[in-house]
Design a protein around this ligand. Structure first.
Ligand code: HEC
Length: 256
């Protein structure tokens, strides 16, 4: 007697037999009118779109040239660099108490590590078959939170940044010729002007350039004593004679 004779094999009742299909995609010939030759039709379209974008970018760079700053100076520790816009959120994160100072590791490595690691592992962590965002509340919620946090942090960093000081510190200033041994320059050093206005009177994050100020010696003497805007009063301490020499020196520093 044969084994299994008289026995019927039953399929899995949950899988209907009529719907079983081999897992092979259809051939493109089954989509009449939806195929096209790669050469030249498809490639020509690709090139056309590419050319439109290329010309668009060229027009944009001509209309808005890169904002160049002065030549980078590695000895200038007062220069505050700013990352490009797409990194501003990470930059902003490092300003908060628990992600800065002794906790920098948290803001610089741990938090971005968790966020980007989770993004990388998302296909393995969330294996549900559902595709609609509304049916995947945890994944959708975390993603929305991430997007909102990124937008918020970018926004905050733009609002908090001192754009005027940034423009000032990167400004291209023609270098003025003057004698660094002169009495006026020694006073400029001695009275502390140099710490904010730079060793070449070129200005910096804490003070304006004094080259080509267009001010008279009297006006400069007045500002040195009474301050102006964000420059505090009372910085100059000394005799009237020194003040006069200092003011005359600064007004004489021009590029012309
Ligand atoms: C704490 C930093 C600081 C120090 C120190 C300082 N300045 Fe200033 N100074 C500034 C700032 C900031 C400005 C821009 C003020 C404004 O217009 O808002 C300025 C502006 C000036 C201006 C006007 C420039 C212009 O074109 O309007 C003069 C002149 C000047 N300072 C002279 C001096 C002299 C002289 C000294 C030394 C006795 C000195 N400063 C020390 C910060 C400083």
């Amino acid at each position: 007697m044969h084994r299994g004779k008289g026995m019927k094999f039953v399929g899995d009742s949950r899988v209907s037999a009529t719907n079983r299909k081999p897992n092979i995609p259809k051939d493109y010939s089954e989509y009449p009118g939806k195929t096209e030759a790669f050469w030249p039709n498809f490639l020509l379209k690709e090139w056309l779109v590419g050319a439109v974008f290329l010309i668009g970018y060229l027009c944009l760079t001509v209309a808005h040239p890169s904002p160049l700053e002065r030549v980078a100076d590695p000895t200038d520790t007062g220069y505050i660099p700013l990352p490009d816009w797409y990194f501003l959120f990470l930059y902003q994160l490092l300003k908060y108490t628990y992600a800065a100072g002794p906790y920098t590791v948290i803001g610089a490595i741990i938090m971005p590590g968790i966020a980007f690691g989770a993004l990388l592992l998302a296909p393995f962590l969330d294996r549900g078959p559902e595709r609609r965002p509304s049916k995947r509340p945890i994944a959708t919620g975390l993603m929305l939170l991430g997007v909102a946090a990124t937008i918020f942090l970018t926004w905050e960093s733009v609002v908090q940044h001192d754009w005027e000081a940034a423009a000032q510190q990167g400004k291209i200033v023609a270098e003025a010729e003057f004698d660094k041994e002169s009495e006026g320059y020694l006073l400029y050093q001695e009275k502390g002007c140099i710490s904010c206005h730079g060793d070449n009177l070129q200005g910096g994050p804490a003070g304006k350039a004094l080259v080509d100020s267009g001010l008279t010696a009297e006006q400069i003497a007045d500002i040195a004593v009474n301050g102006q805007g964000t420059m505090p009063a009372g910085i100059f301490q000394g005799s009237d004679e020194e003040l006069q020499k200092l003011a005359e020196f600064i007004s004489s520093v021009t590029t012309k």
